[in-house]
Design a protein around this ligand. Structure first.
Ligand SMILES: Cc1ncc(COP(=O)(O)O)c(C=O)c1O
Length: 396
């Protein structure tokens, strides 16, 4: 294939019902209407041509009736991708559709725990973990990540102390970790499993960012490293983040425990009836997993460049900022507390002065006070504009 993608192309996303562009004010009420959105994690890049082609073909069928996702073609595409990318042999029987990873986490919390049970998360972390636990009447136990030599690490000693508590039933692992950008090493992941095994706790491994590592970094699916504990591991995967298909609402949840599979089906089909994917989501997922490799390689090159650009920009223009190494995800985690440590003032500096809408560090827990999370999956020109506005606002 010789075609090359142009991630520099600026697309106008206004008036497309986009959450990031059109509905920013609903979720970030303090954002001025003309703020540049680098917040929610979708990309301002057009979808890969083979996926667009499969969607056009689907459109041309002219009928969009009820659809189901378990065709051989679908299961082959999913299993083929994970085998090729991670040498992960997924039993097709373990693949379960969910309209999203977050809805799946909500359902799993309900299936795996009883009201008032406790679940461990490691902040600063993707904030819907907290919401799903609390809103389902369970308790959050935080095992904060610690910064060691300029790098985020898990606090294993504290983790073990928590795991001894019988009220705690399991752990939600963010792997790679949003927002800090760590891609956990095999040693770190094996350590987590070892501890959970000792105290008999389940693990929800949210691997939605697993395809989006830097070119020099490898993501390890938890199940591949620790196959003998896989009955207690539920892995959340999706083509949505990787291929910019979040609005199509499709994710694949890998469930190995037979009893949990039954209870999942009872919940998703029996009680909620949300187990049927859209025909567009199904064809897009098949095409993404069968034909998306080439686009993804080019995307990764572009993201590597954007991440370098951000890092160089801060070291040149705002040298007191600490930019954490983004090993995975397209989200850059920056400590701006040397410039403004009060999270409310920092937020208003970004929104009112810089007119840039970011995910504020404090969204991810108090450990994020003084930080900002930048979504850099946008054309470099947009990124440069946002960074220049931030610089001017901070140095004014
Ligand atoms: C760690 C993590 N999990 C899940 C999601 C969203 O998943 P979904 O849109 O499938 O609910 C995101 C989106 O940013 C994320 O960062």
């Amino acid at each position: 294939m010789s075609e090359h993608y142009h991630f520099d192309q600026i697309l106008n996303r206004s008036n497309t019902d986009s959450l990031k562009w059109d509905w920013m004010n609903k979720f970030l009420p303090k954002a001025p209407k003309d703020a540049l959105p680098l917040w929610v994690a979708d990309m301002d890049f057009p979808v890969a041509e083979p996926i667009l082609q499969s969607l056009r073909t689907c459109l041309d069928r002219n009928i969009f009736g009820y659809s189901y996702y378990r065709s051989e073609a679908y299961l082959d595409a999913v299993t083929g991708w994970f085998k090729r990318k991670f040498d992960w042999v997924i039993d097709p029987q373990s693949i379960y559709y969910s309209p999203g990873v977050v809805p799946a986490i909500g359902m799993l919390i309900r299936l795996l725990t009883a009201p008032d049970d406790a679940i461990i998360i490691q902040r600063p972390v993707y904030y819907p973990f907290t919401d799903k636990i609390i809103n389902n009447g369970r308790q959050v136990v935080n095992n904060p990540l610690k910064i060691q030599n300029g790098r985020y690490e898990m606090d294993f000693e504290n983790l073990e102390a928590h795991l001894k508590n019988p009220e705690i039933k399991g752990l939600i692992l963010c792997s790679p970790h949003n927002p800090v950008g760590r891609v956990w090493t095999p040693d770190e992941l094996e350590h987590v499993v070892e501890l959970c095994k000792t105290y008999d706790k389940w693990i929800i491994s949210d691997e939605i960012h697993g395809d989006l590592t830097r070119k020099s970094v490898t993501h390890y699916p938890l199940e591949v490293l620790c196959p003998d504990y896989k009955h207690k591991i539920i892995t959340c995967t999706a083509p949505s983040k990787t291929f910019n298909l979040a609005g199509l609402h499709l994710s694949n949840i890998i469930i190995n425990d037979p009893d949990l599979r039954t209870r999942w089906t009872e919940e998703i089909d029996g009680r909620l009836s949300v187990g049927m994917a859209s025909p567009f989501a199904i064809v897009a997922a098949i095409s993404a997993y069968n034909e998306g490799d080439f686009w993804l390689e080019q995307l990764k090159d572009y993201l590597d460049g954007n991440i370098r650009f951000v890092s160089e920009f801060f070291s040149t223009h705002l040298p007191k900022a600490i930019v954490y190494e983004t090993e995975g995800t397209y989200l850059v985690w920056v400590d701006l507390s040397h410039y403004e440590s009060d999270p409310v003032k920092l937020e208003s500096l970004m929104l009112q002065k810089a007119k840039v809408a970011l995910d504020e560090g404090y969204f991810f827990g108090p450990e994020g006070n003084g930080f900002e999370r930048l979504n850099v999956a946008c054309p470099r020109e947009t990124l440069e504009k946002a960074l220049n506005s931030m610089k001017t606002a901070i140095l004014r």
